[in-house]
Design a protein. Structure first.
Length: 357
């Protein structure tokens, strides 16, 4: 709107109109403001009509459009503020009739750490006594870190657009499909100083993304906790000892742990780690699908190609790595039948999970 067509006092009044409406704390003050701006007599609207009557003929059309737009803006703002004040007055009246001054004031709801974050914190606490620290990395990754640095070949199904979220406008950019790229970044960072450091051990918790359909056991966004240890002469006995300790610390000292051979491109040899079902004790139930065992994580010795990619000599250094899905473990421990419950922010579920105090 071209306010220069209007008298200066009206343009100035419009500049303070929005603040005046917001400052109207009750209906009486709002009605006074309404009379000042849109009343039939001695209002800014009536003065604008007087200006229109005396304006040159060639300006009347443009000036009329400005006046109509201004009046509509004022009336709409006044109407909306009136609705707000009437609703507030009604709410206050309802509260006044239902309030019992003898009752104690309601206590605010106290929030708490989300069950998934609490489980990740628990996993970190399990490994801290073993000298592990936490490393983090970006959720937007490169193909080099997400695949190449982990010995995943170009024809691997995970690299297809049907499984991975790629950014079409940025070649080679994607949402990470696992937290393993953190391992690549950390190894590259420490490679020049690895002799001085004597190796490294760390955990990498965080969110990951895959093109999975949302159902009771899958989500396009979920959480993982991965770990890595690199040093001199690291073998499967170190891996088994570490993970056996971690599973007993997580599920209790009586937990039975077994290791099954498996394949992952970034470890050699690889294995799956199972825990005897803590819910049925191994007799078979819905959670363990009658097998008596629940798969918890995948692990193995770090593949030499992973070390080479980071600039570390695999003839001198070796290590192991492992990774587990947080949601799967949380579902098993809590007997939650549907993964989606963890993301719906239903306070009844969170309270049942200990997520609300």
């Amino acid at each position: 709107m071209d306010l220069t067509l209007l008298p200066p006092e009206i343009a100035e009044a419009h500049q303070r109109f929005a603040c005046s409406v917001a400052a109207s704390a009750d209906l009486d003050s709002l009605m006074r403001l309404k009379g000042e701006f849109t009343g039939r007599e001695a209002s800014h609207a009536s003065r604008m009509m007087d200006v229109l009557k005396t304006a040159p003929k060639e300006q009347k059309r443009e000036l009329g459009a400005v006046i109509n737009a201004l009046k509509n803006e004022w009336e709409e703002a006044l109407k909306n503020r009136q609705i707000e004040l009437e609703a507030a007055k009604k709410s206050a009246a309802s509260l006044a009739t239902s309030w019992d001054p003898d009752l104690p004031p309601p206590l605010p709801v106290h929030g708490a750490i989300h069950p998934l974050n609490r489980l990740m914190d628990r996993l970190v606490d399990v490994f801290r006594p073993l000298g592990y620290h936490v490393e983090e990395g970006p959720e937007t990754e490169t193909e080099a870190n997400n695949f190449d640095g982990l010995n995943i070949p170009e024809d691997h199904p995970a690299r297809g657009s049907a499984d991975t979220f790629y950014f079409s406008a940025h070649a080679g950019k994607l949402l990470r499909t696992h937290t393993s790229p953190v391992q690549v970044r950390v190894l590259q960072r420490i490679a020049p100083d690895i002799e001085k450091l004597g190796g490294i051990r760390f955990l990498a918790p965080g969110r990951v993304y895959r093109k999975d359909e949302i159902d009771p056991t899958h989500s396009p966004m979920f959480h993982q906790v991965e770990g890595m240890l690199v040093g001199h002469g690291i073998g499967m006995h170190h891996l088994k000892g570490t993970l056996s300790y971690a599973m007993k610390a997580l599920f209790g000292p009586a937990a039975d742990v077994r290791f099954r051979p498996s394949y992952f491109p970034f470890v050699e040899p690889g294995c799956e780690v199972d825990v005897r079902c803590p819910l049925c004790g191994g007799s078979g139930c819905r959670v363990c699908k009658g097998s008596g065992w629940v798969e918890i994580l995948g692990a193995g010795l770090v593949h030499p190609n992973v070390l080479k990619f980071a600039g570390i000599d695999p003839t001198v250094w070796s290590g192991f790595a492992f990774g587990m899905g947080v949601e799967r473990t949380a579902m098993m421990v809590s007997q939650t039948p549907d993964l989606r419950l963890f993301f719906e922010n239903d306070q009844r579920f969170l309270k049942a999970m200990g997520g609300l105090d």
